[in-house]
Each structure stands twice: as C-alpha cells, then as structure tokens.
Design a protein around this ligand. Structure first.
Ligand code: C2E
Ligand code: CA
Ligand code: CA
Length: 547
C-alpha cells in the first residue's frame, strides 16, 4: 500500500528496509575499497607529477591518470548511491510504520480497530493489574443508527460516526483507548482506581448524555442515543477477552432496559443470557414440534351481543414449563428471525381448526412489524389460506403503527395484495404509539383497535376516558369501526357501548380458549357447520397440523 507510493519506480521498489540495508552495506564497502584504491593511485600519480614539476624528471603514467579519474568517478557514484540508499531506508521505515498504523486503525474515525484494541487492551489490562489499578471497558452501541443510514444515506451515516467518535474522544480521560469495533459499535478502555468507580460512571453518564443531543450533519438534525455496557477488570475478569464479553452482555442489558443508558455488568446478566439462549434453542424446536398453538379470544358485537369471530393469540404449550404467554417468546422470535415460521405455523393451525366454524365467524391474526419486511409475506399468507381452504374474506390481519414506520412502500404493497384477495386490515394497539391520522390514511384500514390499557382503566382514569372518546370520534369521522380490547367487566362494556364502539373483546366474555374448548363452545351455540361429504378434517379430530 503506502510502501509503493514512497518506493516510486526505482528498481528495488517493493523490497523491505532490511534488504535495502544489506545493499547499503555492500555499496558502502565498494565505496571504501574505491577510496583506499584512490589513496594508493593518487599518491603515486601525485609523486610522479611532483617529480616532473620540481626536477624536470619522471613521466606521469597516462594509464595511472585514467585510473585515478575512474577512481574519482567510482567514489562519486558510490557516495551518491550510498546517500540515495540511506534516504530509501528512512522512507521505507516510515512507510512500514504507517502501514502498521493503518492496519491497526479504523480509517473513518482514526480509532483502534477490533484487532488492535485486543492487543492494546491486553497491554492496558496487564499494566493496570501491575500498578494495583483496575481497567474499565465501555462498550457502546448506537441506538437508531440504522434508521439514519436508511433514511439519509451512507455518507450522512459516515459523517455521523465521525461526529460520534469526536464526542467519545472528548468524554474520555487522558490515555484512554478508543476503538470502533465495526458498524455503530465503539469501545473505550482506561485504568482507574478501584476505590473510585464513580469516575467511570461519570464518564459513562457524559457519553450517554452527549450522544443523546441532536447532531447537526449536512443541514440535518439527527437524533440517536447510545447504550453502554461497562465491565471492570477486577471483578471476575481474567483477561481482556472476558472483559470484552462482560461489557458486551452489559451493553445488551442496557439496550433491553430501554436504550439511552449505561449498565454495569453483573453476574445475574450472565444467567439471564443463559436463560435466553436456552429459551431460543427450545423455541427453535418448539415451532416444528407444534408446541406453539393458537388460542382464540371472542370478539363481540357490542350492540347485539353476538359473537362475530376470534382474535388468534399464540401460546406455547411447553412440555415441562407449562403454558408460556406470547410476551415471553414473540419478541425473541422476532429478534431471532423465527417469527415468520412461527406465524405461518400458527395461521395454518388456526385456519385448519376454523374451516367448519360458522361462515359468519371471522379470524383476526397479529402480524409482527418484522414480517412486514418480507416482500413475499402476502403470497405466503395466501398460500396458507389456499392450502387450508379458509376463505380470505373471513380473515383480518392486525398490524401496529410500527409496521408503517419501517418501510411504508413495502407495507402498502403487501397490504394491497392481501386486500385484493378480500382480507381485511385492522390497526392494532391504537393510542399507545404515534396515533397519527397520517398513519390511518396511509393504508386502507377497515378497523381501529384501541389498546387494552386505556379500556381497562376507562372508569378510573380521566385521561383514558378522554383518549377513548377522541378515538371513537375519529373512527366515526373516518367511518372506521372501533374494536375495544380489554373489556374486563360489564361497567366497561356499558361505557363503550355508550361511546359507540362497534366491537369488544376481553375477559368479560371469557379467557382465550384452546382449539378444543373453542370448538366445544361453538358446538353448544350451534355455530359449527354440518359435515359435508368429501371434506376432510371437519370432524374435529385433526386440528394440530404444523406447517
Ligand atoms: P394484543 O394483540 O394487544 O392482544 C390482546 C391481549 O390482551 C392478549 O394478551 C389478551 O389475552 C389480552 N386481553 C384481552 N382481554 C383482556 C382483559 O380483559 N384484561 C387483560 N388484562 N388482558 C386482556 P396475550 O394473548 O398475552 O397477547 C399479548 C400480545 O402478544 C398481543 O397483544 C400481541 O401483541 C402479541 N401476540 C400474541 N399472539 C401473537 C402472534 O401470533 N403474533 C404476533 N406477532 N404477536 C402476537
Ligand atoms: Ca392484536
Ligand atoms: Ca392490541
């Protein structure tokens, strides 16, 4: 790399400084030999010339004169070559040094890279131990950096990373190590007095608060924040590797606790990580094993009290741990990319179970924002509908506003394909997120669902009442029926009916039920279709078919 630039087009270009140095010695030796020869020849030429001038005797041998001149030329050439080579050695050494530096540095920020941090960090670790100090390692991951990159392009992203590096360098104590580990992940290390760990906290606080301030980049106001994990060498760390690992675990804990904060590593995090890894492994086999099953929550027409359909809710029937609620595994399935398989398996089971239910009953299913990144989602859902023979016009999909933020164009195209088949669309959890009118207009919704937290507290909290009232009015003006979830008692139901909510669901009508229990309820209410000749699976025995 740089060696080439300094080497120019000289014949010895590309040789390392050591080889040049050996050649330098050879040239030096030739020059010294030529000089010695010169002394010999010159003295004999000079003495015969002197004799000629003083005594008129003796002849200067012309061959000796030529030899002398050649000798002078040899010395001059040798000396020049020696000087060039000496320069060359210096240039080579500088180039090698700069190449070493470049290999150890992140080109964007000038910080250490991951590899050189490991080396420099190990040295700092040992040095700190020798001087009865401790080393703190801060691992920092930017929150929402990907959004900046996606929205404003990589050039803005790079400028932002440089500005972040500047802030980090400013916040560090003297002699700190600063590194960029790749992407939007940084690390910093410095020694501290173990009795004064507050110093480390102050540095972390400064970092977090500075990075939460908006950045002005190319006329843009960019908002990010940082999650920082901190580990200290004197608590359970044997070397730089375990220090890095602990800081990494602490960083994830800071992220999970809500980002824009720092967290010290502690042993319980290690246990949490193990629990999570174990859960992830068992979830991976739970999906094909059919342990994730649909439960059905009744949806009621508030004016007539009639059952209109069910919301499909995922449950994990764990062989040893019993029933696990979706909040404990849906986020994990999303983060690990298993949500798509999980959801399709659930749809398959729910549609299969509902094939012979009364034709007036609909199914609402939750579609995660993560699934909306899959350009083939609509086709996958339609395939399950076709395979199970469940009519598209009895299906409603529920999405949250988050799904609109990520990639609106893709979401619109997925929704468009589904609506073409007759699938309906509901906006879930309205009131908790942005609750924006623009979002309601961005997609052809058929229904708004008010989050259960407002409904559950409608009779206690004036704020909830105001919000539910506002949303029902909005629904009226947009001609969008409202479903209220979390109808836990008759007073809530009464209130909602008065406000004009179309539908309700909640524990007042019963807990979500398994396939078998739902079937029993429908049989009691005569809401099962009579078996028709030639249709399999309607007798109620084959319901758990995994996709
Ligand atoms: P959600 O979509 O808001 O679902 C409604 C949740 O409210 C359900 O909890 C339901 O059991 C609960 N609920 C209904 N009525 C009442 C009530 O009167 N009182 C109380 N306290 N709670 C009530 P669940 O089944 O635990 O589901 C929680 C969340 O998990 C769901 O919230 C949904 O966001 C997610 N989820 C469930 N199944 C799936 C799924 O198949 N895919 C995806 N992506 N998410 C799912
Ligand atoms: Ca829902
Ligand atoms: Ca909801």
């Amino acid at each position: 790399m740089t060696v080439e630039r300094h080497g120019g087009d000289r014949p010895d270009r590309g040789y390392p400084a050591g080889v040049v140095k050996r050649r330098d010695i050879l040239t030096g030796a030739v020059t010294i030999a030529a000089t010695l020869l010169f002394v010999g020849i010159a003295s004999s030429v000079l003495s015969s010339a002197l004799k000629h001038v003083l005594h008129g005797t003796g002849e200067t041998d012309p061959a000796l004169v030529i030899a002398l001149l050649l000798n002078v030329a040899l010395i001059l050439i040798g000396w020049r070559r020696h000087r060039d080579l000496a320069n060359e050695v210096d240039i080579r050494a500088a180039a090698e040094q700069s190449a070493r530096l470049l290999a150890a540095r992140d080109p964007l920020t000038g910080f250490h890279n991951r590899r050189s941090l490991a080396e420099a960090g190990a040295a700092m670790f040992v040095h700190a131990v020798d001087r009865h100090k401790a080393m703190a390692l801060l691992l920092l991951d930017l929150d929402y950096f990907k959004t900046v990159n996606d929205l404003h392009g990589h050039a803005a992203g790079d400028s932002l990373l440089k500005a972040v590096a500047h802030e980090i360098a400013q916040a560090m104590p003297p002699h700190a190590l600063t590194a960029r580990l790749g992407g939007d992940e940084f690390a910093c290390g410095f020694p501290f007095d173990p009795a004064h760990a507050t110093l480390v906290e102050r540095v972390a606080e400064t970092l977090v608060s500075r990075l939460a301030q908006p950045f002005q980049i190319d006329g843009l106001h960019l908002h990010i924040s940082a999650s920082v994990g901190i580990a200290r060498s004197d608590i359970g760390c044997v070397g730089i590797d375990s220090l890095m690992r602990s800081a990494d675990i602490a960083m994830y804990s800071a992220k999970n606790a809500g980002r824009n904060r720092f967290a010290w590593f502690d042993q319980s995090m290690e246990r949490d990580l193990k629990t999570r890894t174990d859960l992830e492994a068992s979830l991976r086999s739970a999906i094909p094993n059919g342990e994730i099953v649909p439960y059905f929550e009744q949806q009621i027409d508030l004016n007539t009290g009639r059952l209109t359909g069910f919301e499909v809710l995922a449950r994990w029937e764990h062989p040893t741990r019993g029933m696990i609620a979706p909040e404990a595994f849906i986020p994990l399935a999303e983060e690990t990319g298993m949500i798509s398989d999980l959801s399709l398996s659930l749809l398959h089971q729910a549609f299969t179970a509902a094939r012979d239910w009364d034709a007036g009953l609909s199914l609402s299913v939750n579609i995660s924002p993560w699934q909306m990144r899959d350009a083939w989602l609509a086709q996958k859902i339609i395939k399950v509908l076709t395979e199970t023979g469940f009519p598209a016009n009895r299906l409603e999909i529920e999405i949250t506003e988050t799904a609109l933020l990520d990639n609106l164009a893709l979401t619109q195209s997925i929704v468009g394909s589904l609506k073409n088949q007759g699938v309906r669309l509901a906006l879930d959890d309205f009131g908790t997120g942005f609750s924006s009118l623009a979002h309601l207009r961005a997609l052809p919704f058929d229904q708004i669902k008010i989050d259960r937290s407002f409904i559950l507290s409608i009779n206690q909290s004036a704020e909830s009442t105001a919000l539910v009232t506002a949303i029902t009015r909005l629904g009226d003006s947009l001609n969008l029926p409202i479903t209220a979830e979390g109808v836990a008692d008759a007073r809530i139901e009464e209130r909602l009916r008065a406000l004009g909510c179309a539908k309700g669901q909640g524990f007042l009508y019963g807990q979500p039920m398994s396939v078998a229990n739902t079937r029993r309820l429908l049989a009691e209410r005569r809401l099962l279709q009579m078996p028709q000749p030639g249709i399999v699976g309607v007798s109620g025995t084959v319901h758990r078919r995994s996709a």
